[in-house]
Design a protein around this ligand. Structure first.
Ligand SMILES: Cc1cc2nc3c(=O)[nH]c(=O)nc-3n(C[C@H](O)[C@H](O)[C@H](O)COP(=O)(O)OP(=O)(O)OC[C@H]3O[C@@H](n4cnc5c(N)ncnc54)[C@H](O)[C@@H]3O)c2cc1C
Length: 501
């Protein structure tokens, strides 16, 4: 066991909150170590509905602070990462039985106004049967509304924050578990373990951030610290089916149980459907999987509104995650607050521990700023808030005009096919040239693993984005897992085994 230098901040958890805090703190001049026991975004932060949104339904629970902050973040994040975040129009088919039209109208009015000078179009009422949006829907639906929000590639948002943090000097270690930590002589002394070699190391840090998401309570135990706050774990699942409707719009469907389910266009050929809300009483280590009732519930939600019916047999891919919510003692899992709470524990003004409860992908950047405010008395920052105006890696797209950026890319990289260029433009933005590393032809890219995934891209993901397994590459750095055959996966695995041995 070896001992290393003293860090300012040891961050536990490589989800959106941990990496967001790492980037913010590193940019303010702090010396950061982030440890993630698995891959970046391997847990909740890759299992979301992938929306950067205010959360229309939270208005019903009077979560005005959260909705306002989330809507303001929506506008900001769209400018900071226009490659992985894009505007999405939502169609809300209306049936009076669930909520009266006046209530929806009032909610949408408030939603538009809480956003403050939105770049996105305001809500509108539409006659469904005269609108192309009504075309895939059942003909008993006469009325509807449209409003705007954004979609995000959630796992890439995490990776970009980790890259941004590393660019500012942070040490990001995946496959590394925090085993325990204790306060000793005015600093935290922590034992971390490299999961590949099982080697244990002692590190010292002036402060710890517990951004372990669903494991926030377990980490508190490892640190032998009690918190007045509790986490409430709520499972949510999604299914992906072959494209259900044409057009770029998404649908928000109101169910008889008052819950809503989204149907969102996904990777050109698919529709993403979700989500569910079920209390999760097991340990977060018992990884969540969709059950038959959830699949049926999501299929029924679709069949209640669309003319095209789906059954569980149509499901091509599914995923589940556990929301680490702040426990506000709500009786119903859907009603638990989605707002975040920060718990600062300190030892006579020293060795702080900041634990994160709750939060949304959408509000991660503000959560990081609030965390830095909480930790400010313990450090001298080299600057104040900065992440609201500096683009995330690859996001330096002129005027945020992704279409123009993509069209130029098509001209500049003629040897890539249209689908691959689009995929890479979205994934890497202006960093795409770094990925291609001066390639002038398809041959320069090396082995083609299928569906536009080249050896050069795989090497980049290993060297610059912490990828080590086929799953990291096919399901979190990209979503090419939707297309890869077993043989293609094995081929990629073989290459990774040789490369990483
Ligand atoms: C079904 C569902 C739908 C959602 N939809 C949306 C949405 O559309 N929009 C939105 O804004 N939000 C959405 N959310 C919420 C959002 O996904 C979460 O709030 C967010 O991802 C939580 O991030 P996190 O970093 O706190 O947790 P995680 O992403 O889980 O990260 C915590 C990390 O800590 C690591 N860790 C734990 N213990 C240790 C240890 N001892 N050592 C090292 N590492 C450790 C874990 O491995 C994990 O990777 C959704 C959530 C769910 C589940």
């Amino acid at each position: 066991m070896s001992t290393q230098a003293v860090y300012d901040l040891l961050i536990i958890g490589g989800g959106v909150n941990g990496t967001g805090i790492a980037r913010d703190a590193a940019g303010r001049g702090l010396k950061i170590l982030l440890v993630e026991k698995d891959d970046l975004a391997q847990h909740t932060s890759s299992a979301s509905t992938k929306l950067i949104h205010g959360g229309l339904r939270y208005l019903e629970y009077y979560e005005f602070r959260l909705v306002r902050e989330a809507l303001q973040e929506r506008e900001r994040l769209l400018n900071l990462a226009p490659h992985i975040i894009y505007p999405l129009k939502f169609v809300l088919p209306h049936r009076n039985a669930v909520r009266p039209a006046w209530m929806i109208r009032a909610g949408l009015f408030l939603y538009d106004h809480l956003a403050c000078h939105p770049k996105l179009p305001n809500a509108q009422q539409i006659a469904m049967q005269k609108s192309p949006y009504g075309q895939p829907l059942r003909n008993d639906i006469k009325k509807g509304f449209t409003y705007s929000d954004c979609a995000v590639d959630d796992s890439r948002l995490v990776v970009l924050n980790a890259k941004g943090a590393r660019d500012k000097g942070a040490d990001i270690r995946t496959q590394t578990t925090l085993l325990k930590a204790e306060r000793k002589d005015g600093v935290w002394e922590a034992t971390i373990q490299d999961n590949k070699t099982q080697d244990q190391t002692t590190v010292q840090a002036k402060a710890i951030v517990n951004a372990a998401g669903p494991w926030v309570a377990e980490v508190l135990q490892d640190l032998q610290v009690k918190s007045s706050m509790n986490v409430r774990l709520v499972k949510g699942s999604h299914i992906v089916v072959k494209k259900l409707f044409d057009g770029p719009q998404a649908y928000i469907l109101q169910n008889a149980d008052k819950r809503i389910v989204f149907a969102i266009p996904y990777h050109e050929e698919f529709t993403l459907i979700g989500t569910t809300d079920l209390s999760w009483d097991q340990s977060p280590d018992a990884l969540p999987k969709i059950d038959q009732d959830e699949t049926q519930y999501l299929c029924d939600s679709i069949n209640n509104y669309f003319t095209k019916n789906i059954t569980p047999k149509d499901v091509i891919w599914d995923y589940s995650g556990v929301r680490p919510l702040y426990d506000d003692a709500a009786s119903n899992a859907s009603a638990v607050t989605r707002d975040y709470h920060l718990d600062l524990n300190q030892n006579i003004g020293k060795t702080p521990l900041l634990s994160i409860f709750g939060g949304k992908i959408t509000t991660y950047r503000r959560l990081a700023e609030h965390s830095m405010e909480q930790l400010a008395p313990f450090f001298q920052y080299s600057r104040g808030s900065w992440t609201g105006s500096e683009a995330l890696p690859g996001g330096h797209i002129t005027n945020g005009d992704f279409k123009l950026f993509y069209n130029n890319l098509r001209k500049n990289i003629p040897f890539l096919d249209e689908i691959t260029t689009k995929r890479m433009a979205h994934a890497y933005g202006t960093d795409v040239f770094e990925v291609l590393n001066k390639a002038n032809s398809k041959e320069d890219l090396g082995t083609d693993f299928g569906h536009g995934l080249s050896q050069r891209e795989v090497d980049y993901l290993i060297e610059k984005e912490w990828a080590i397994t086929a799953e990291d590459i096919l399901w979190r750095r990209t979503k090419l897992g939707l297309y890869f055959s077993q043989d293609e996966i094995q081929n990629l695995q073989k290459y990774l085994a040789e490369k990483l041995q």
